[in-house]
Design a protein around this ligand. Structure first.
Ligand code: GLA
Length: 359
C-alpha cells in the first residue's frame, strides 16, 4: 500500500544503441533509459528492511553491515559502503521494491536498483549529490562491493536518461549530450534466453587486454587512438583495440546520422558494429548472430548485440508501426531454431532518468 510510504522512486533500466565495450576505455557510448523501471517506495527508518514483490523476499540489515551475501541485497548494502567511503552516512529505511523492469533480461536491472536506492537516500537524507555523482557511486557498488568490473555506461544512462532521447556520453570526461530519438522508429530488445557462466571472466579478460594495450601505447582514452598507431602491439591486442577504435568512430557517426533523421544509415552502423564485435572482440554467440541476421532479413533497419554479449540480448530497430508483427515473427523464427531457449522481447520507449517523488 503506497500510502504507508514517504517517497516513491522510479528508476529506469537501460539499453545501449551503440558503443559496446568502450566504456572502460574512456570511449563513446549511446544508451537510452527505458520506460520499464524499478519502483522503490520507502520511508526512513533505523535499519534497512526491504521487500521485493518480484522475488517475494524480505531482507533486513543494519546500515553498518558490510558483509556480502551474493544476492540481490548486495546492490542495496553496497550503496551504504560506497557512500560511507565517500564520507556520507545516511540512515536506514523500510521499503518495497516493485516495477516492471525484468531482472536478468539485459536491461541492467542491477544498475536500476543501485540508482533507486542511491537517489532515495540522497533525497531522504539530503546528501546533496548530483545525478552524475550518483552514477559514479552506482558503478562503485559494482566495482568495489559486488565485484563486477563494469564501466559507467549503465549507471549513467539510468541516472541521466532523457525522455525521447538517447544519451551520447564520453565515458572519459563524462561530458554528455541528449540526442533526439524519433517516435517513428522502435527499439526492440530480444533476449536470447542464453545466460553465459563465462560472461564475467570473458569480460574481465577483454578489459585486461585493452587496458594493457592502451598502457603500452600510453593513451589515457580510446578516443585518442589512431588506427595506424598500433605498431608494437601483439596481434591479439591490435585486434581488440582495433575494434574499440572503430566502435568509437561508429558512435560519432551514429550521432550525426540520428541528428539528420537518417534511420537507414543508423541501422547500417548497428549491423557493422555487430559483425565487428562478433569477429574482432569475439563477444557474440550463435544465438545472437542468428537474431541479428534474421532481424535484418525480416526488414529491420539494423540489429546488433547489446550489453556485454556472450548471450543476453540483441536490439533491432524497426518502423514503430511494424514493431508488434516484426517482434512476433522474429520470435517465432527463433523458437523454431532454438526450441531449448526461452526468449523474452520488449519494446522500448526512451525515458527519463531516476526520479524521486515525495508522497
Ligand atoms: C556491461 C557493463 C557495461 C559495459 C557493457 C559493454 O553491460 O555493465 O559497463 O561495459 O557491458 O558495453
Amino acid at each position: 500500500m503506497s500510502d504507508e510510504y514517504d517517497y516513491r522512486v522510479r528508476s529506469p533500466g537501460r539499453v545501449n544503441l551503440i558503443g559496446e565495450h568502450t566504456d572502460y576505455t574512456g570511449g563513446y557510448v549511446l544508451p537510452m533509459a527505458t520506460d520499464l523501471h524499478t519502483q522503490l517506495e520507502a520511508t526512513p527508518d533505523e535499519d534497512v528492511t526491504i521487500h521485493t514483490t518480484a522475488l517475494e523476499e524480505q531482507r533486513t540489515f543494519s546500515t553498518t553491515d558490510r558483509e556480502r551475501e551474493d544476492s540481490w541485497i548486495d546492490y542495496v548494502k553496497g550503496c551504504y559502503t560506497v557512500l560511507e567511503d565517500a564520507g556520507y552516512q545516511p540512515g536506514g529505511f523500510r521499503g518495497e521494491l516493485s516495477g516492471d523492469l525484468p531482472i536478468g533480461s539485459g536491461l541492467s536491472s542491477s544498475a536500476s536498483l543501485e540508482l533507486a536506492v542511491l537517489a532515495f537516500l540522497n533525497d531522504a537524507y539530503e546528501l546533496g549529490l548530483s545525478r552524475e555523482r550518483l552514477a559514479e557511486l552506482g558503478q562503485r557498488v559494482e566495482n568495489n562491493f559486488v565485484g563486477v568490473s563494469c564501466g559507467i555506461m549503465d549507471q549513467f544512462a539510468v541516472a541521466l536518461g532523457e525522455k525521447k532521447h538517447a544519451l551520447y556520453l564520453d565515458t572519459g570526461t563524462l561530458e554528455y549530450e541528449a540526442v533526439p530519438f524519433s517516435d517513428d522508429v522502435q527499439v526492440v530488445v530480444f533476449h536470447t534466453g542464453v545466460e553465459r557462466e563465462l560472461v564475467d571472466s570473458a569480460y574481465n579478460q577483454r578489459r585486461e587486454t585493452v587496458e594493457a594495450a592502451m598502457n603500452a601505447l600510453d593513451v589515457g582514452s580510446s578516443v585518442e587512438l589512431e588506427a595506424d598507431d598500433f605498431d608494437g602491439l601483439e596481434p591479439r591486442q591490435r585486434q581488440r583495440l582495433g575494434y574499440i577504435a572503430r566502435e568509437n568512430d561508429r558512435v560519432e557517426r551514429a550521432v550525426h546520422v540520428l541528428e539528420r533523421g537518417d534511420v537507414e544509415a543508423f541501422g547500417d552502423l548497428l549491423v557493422k558494429a555487430h559483425y565487428d564485435i562478433a569477429e574482432n572482440y569475439e563477444a557474440s554467440c550463435p544465438e545472437l548472430d542468428y537474431v541479428v541476421e534474421t532481424a535484418v532479413k525480416q526488414g529491420a533497419y539494423g540489429a546488433r548485440l547489446t550489453g556485454a554479449g556472450w548471450g543476453g540480448a540483441a536490439i533491432a530497430l524497426v518502423d514503430a508501426s511494424a514493431a508488434e508483427s516484426f517482434t512476433q515473427s522474429l520470435r517465432e523464427a527463433y523458437e523454431q531454431r532454438y526450441p531449448e531457449h526461452d526468449p523474452a522481447t520488449h519494446l522500448i520507449t526512451p525515458s527519463g532518468g531516476v526520479s524521486v517523488t515525495d508522497l
